[in-house]
Write a protein that binds this ligand. Structure first.
Ligand code: URA
Length: 249
């Protein structure tokens, strides 16, 4: 057993990863359908170190093991999906394999994107990581590409950078945000907060209207061009760490 790594009983681990009930896992193990490095693990009470070696070597009913707890996923959220467990209509959780939706601790989104916003969203079962990314004191930058109904006037960059812009119904000004103009009706806006409908409300405060919104960057992590809407992939630990790093501008 690897020194220092957390451990778990096989039946508890697989039950919490959504495979089956503990009793069903005990049966699978007894019937030789759970293999570690090709050797049956017949006792479901076996205590296993939760290491990359376990993840690579454990085969359950002929299938390689799902990611162990502590996973971070990058998802390209399609338009029209909701970052919620319970609303009607397509949910971001529907993009995951059914078994992954039964995990405990559950995979949840790190923050949210509106139903009509597309792009980069992270999901994790690692509460400490989630809190670091959303904690205001970490100032993780989120970059949005906004398409606007009307041409920019030229005053917006200074307004957003001012640190004095107050959104309707709020009593605390927004932290400075960075606007980079792409074309008269398109711009990147980078913010470090996550207030409700923040980007749409910022442009509304500037007298404009967002007609399309797409997030392409969080911290030092950029959505890859080849990750199709609705697709996701698991981040390496270096990629997950880059979320908390500042991008090279
Ligand atoms: N700002 C918005 O207005 N919507 C989002 O989904 C994210 C940021």
């Amino acid at each position: 057993m690897t020194k220092g790594a957390p451990t778990s009983r096989l039946d508890k681990l697989l039950a919490n990863m959504g495979y089956a009930s503990r009793r069903e896992i005990q049966m699978l193990a007894r019937n030789g359908r759970i293999l570690l490095d090709g050797v049956p693990v017949t006792g479901a009470d076996a205590r296993l170190a939760l290491t990359p070696h376990l993840e690579a070597g454990l085969v359950v009913d002929g299938e390689a093991l799902d990611p162990l707890p502590g996973v971070v996923l990058m998802v390209n959220k399609p338009l029209g999906t909701t970052c919620s467990h319970k609303e009607a209509g397509p949910l971001i959780y529907d993009l995951l394999p059914a078994r992954w939706r039964r995990r405990d601790p559950a995979l949840s989104t790190i923050g949210r994107l509106d139903k009509e916003t597309s792009g980069l969203i992270l999901m994790t079962d690692d509460g400490a990581f989630l809190h670091k990314v959303i904690a205001p004191r970490h100032h993780v930058e989120k970059r949005y590409r906004a398409t606007l109904a009307r041409p920019l006037e030229g005053t917006e960059a200074a307004l957003f950078a001012s640190g004095t812009l107050m959104l309707e119904g709020e009593d605390k000004p927004l932290l400075p945000a960075r606007l980079e103009i792409i074309s008269p009706k398109e711009a990147f806006l980078t913010v470090t907060e996550g207030r409700y409908h923040q980007v749409r409300r910022m442009f509304a405060a500037a007298g404009n209207h967002v007609v399309a919104l797409h997030r392409d960057r969080i911290g030092g992590l950029t959505l890859p061009a080849d990750l199709a809407p609705g697709a996701f992939y698991r981040l390496s630990s270096a990629e997950a760490a880059s979320v908390l790093a500042r991008p090279e501008l």
